[in-house]
Design a protein around this ligand. Structure first.
Ligand SMILES: CC(C)(COP(=O)(O)OP(=O)(O)OC[C@H]1O[C@@H](n2cnc3c(N)ncnc32)[C@H](O)[C@@H]1OP(=O)(O)O)[C@@H](O)C(=O)NCCC(=O)NCCS
Length: 363
């Protein structure tokens, strides 16, 4: 057995074939077309495989990204496509590929790693915890939008630049270029909807479905609230089924529009998150607290312990899971622990931070 290690350039097709056989046996498209950035030559060094007699038997990948948020710029590793062939399971192989990916992410200076899974206990063993918030809204009726005269188009043949312009207006985004957007527009089993005004300007876009995942879910969208509401109503009519829109908690205007339409909002988690470089992350959060005018915020790690609170009330925990939940939410500090009124007030001015990963960036 060899690895975990990145695949050589000439092994790349074999890696993709292994993943397609294991994870997309019936889909009729390759996993590489679902995750065009993660499975690109430029990201090959962030793939980890274990081989046996030249056959790939286990795999995991990270996709590093820079996420801009009002709380700062964060370097984040998306972890995905974790798989071991059926006849090699329970020998610790995935544990090795995951640890090796996390080490690579640390060496890239990533503040934290994030993944999407239903194997919560499996990933808790590596220090991941469910955290961050995600709101989902089922569009089960026609919506008022107050934005008549829009023309709706379905299909990926739209200018990536126009989508990118609206995408860049979000408060929390990964730093993507137009070329990446162009690749994402062509992900299989993904429907692209756009709303145009009479001057031919793109007013809103929404993406439903992504490869084998997110069928019936709008996981990327952008534009003004009223154009978006009209677009969501259009998608529901065009598909003849209810659709679910995934929304960050900080998208207050859109959430208000959903409430005005009496739509029910479900609370969920953004994903499973693990802090990788506490000192770098905590320094960013301290800077953020000072920008907010809070100067008594304490968040430090020393000797395997975390210290969190306000100047006079500092609490200690050894659990990285507690810190992840405090930093990313969804609960407020006072719902997680009895910090006392002053420390709670300080912590809740700073935490949880606005954080989001759009659907095209998930791995
Ligand atoms: C989940 C998976 C990646 C584990 O790979 P693996 O190489 O067998 O993992 P390891 O040998 O490193 O770890 C196995 C351990 O995880 C535990 N484990 C396996 N599946 C688990 C699950 N669903 N929930 C909790 N623990 C689980 C095993 O009990 C074992 O524990 P032990 O070490 O205490 O005996 C593998 O089963 C797989 O490829 N599954 C299909 C693809 C998949 O679901 N991938 C995850 C996508 S997010």
């Amino acid at each position: 057995m060899e690895g975990p290690r990145p695949p050589f350039e000439n092994e790349f097709p074999r890696v993709v074939k292994f993943l397609d056989t294991q994870l997309r046996p019936k889909e009729g498209w390759s996993i590489a077309s679902e995750y065009p950035v993660a499975f690109s030559e430029a990201n090959r060094n962030n793939i980890r495989i274990i081989t046996e007699q030249d056959e790939v038997v286990a795999h995991a990948v990270i996709k590093p990204m820079i996420i801009k948020s009002p709380a700062g710029l964060f370097k984040v590793a998306g972890l995905g496509s974790v798989v071991t062939s059926t006849d090699h399971r329970n020998q610790g192989l995935s544990s090795k590929t995951i640890e090796s990916c996390l080490e690579a992410a640390r060496s890239h200076g990533c503040d934290f790693a994030i993944l999407w899974t239903n194997l919560f206990d499996f990933y808790r063993r590596f220090g991941f915890e469910l955290a961050g918030s995600e709101q989902s809204v089922v569009i089960d009726r026609d919506l008022q939008s107050g934005d008549p005269g829009l023309k709706f188009i379905e299909g990926p043949k739209v200018a990536a630049e126009a989508i990118h312009r609206l995408y860049s207006q979000h408060t929390v985004t990964s730093l993507r270029n137009v070329e990446e957007t162009r690749k994402y527009l062509n992900i299989p089993n993904s429907r692209v909807y756009t709303a145009w005004d009479q001057q031919g300007q793109l007013r809103a876009y929404a993406i439903e479905g992504k490869g084998a995942d997110l069928n019936g879910y709008v996981h990327e969208w952008g534009g003004g609230v009223s154009a978006l509401m009209a677009l969501f109503a259009h998608i529901r009519r065009a598909q003849g089924r209810n659709i679910t829109v995934i929304v960050p908690r900080h998208s207050q205007n859109l959430l208000r529009a959903f409430a005005e339409n009496k739509l029910h909002v479900n609370d969920g988690f953004l994903g499973m998150i693990k802090i990788l470089n506490p000192s770098s992350l905590f320094a960013k959060l301290k800077r953020h607290s000072r920008h907010l005018g809070v100067d008594d915020f304490v968040l430090e790690q020393q000797g395997g312990k975390f210290f969190i609170g306000a100047k006079d009330q500092v609490f200690t925990t050894e659990s990285e899971h507690d810190i992840v939940r405090l930093v990313f939410g969804p609960q407020k500090a006072s719902q997680i622990h009895n910090f006392g009124p002053e420390a709670s007030e300080t912590l809740e001015k700073v935490l949880p931070i606005p954080m989001w990963v759009w659907g095209w960036d998930s791995v």
